[in-house]
Write a protein that binds this ligand. Structure first.
Ligand code: FES
Length: 150
């Protein structure tokens, strides 16, 4: 009795060449979409430089006072001393928590990991690796302007 052994061809992971191409196109599309989403969710550094300037009356910022604004989508604080007006991002440079301005101590405090910055945004303590981001400011005709004129 002869044994009739059926021979089946070895199959690839992909059924057909068309399936291989479709999966390849889908993978490239997913990678492109991922890059697009990442650039919207985590904009590249420097994106805030394209932000429109924010201005408000100098009378809203007395000497020794502070005012919170949003500049380029970034929570920002503007501080006025007898000598100058400065603006700092309130986003901690460690892991992105919001820092708090503590006028009594003249420090920024990050409650997430006890990060501390001085009134110039320089790191005093904790894990933040670099100073707070600072934005340009100027006073024109009794108005405070944060950010460069575009
Ligand atoms: S996020 Fe501010 S110290 Fe960690």
């Amino acid at each position: 009795m002869s044994e009739n052994k059926e021979i089946t061809p070895k199959r690839s992971v992909f059924e057909t060449r068309r399936e291989f191409i479709q999966i390849g196109i889908a993978a490239v599309g997913a990678a492109w979409l991922g890059t697009l989403v990442q650039s919207k969710v985590f904009p590249a550094e420097g994106a805030v430089q394209e932000a429109q300037p924010v201005e408000f009356p100098l009378s809203e910022l007395p000497v020794g006072g502070s005012k919170e604004i949003v500049y380029g989508g970034v929570p920002t604080i503007v501080l006025r001393t007898a000598e100058s007006v400065k603006a700092f991002s309130l986003i901690c440079t460690h892991l992105g928590c919001i820092v708090e301005w503590q006028p009594g101590q003249m420090e920024f405090y990050c409650p997430c990991h006890d990060g501390r910055f001085d009134q110039f945004g320089e790191v005093l303590a904790g894990p933040p690796p670099v100073p707070l981001e600072q934005f340009t400011t100027r006073i024109e005709a009794d108005r405070v302007i944060v950010g460069d004129v575009v």
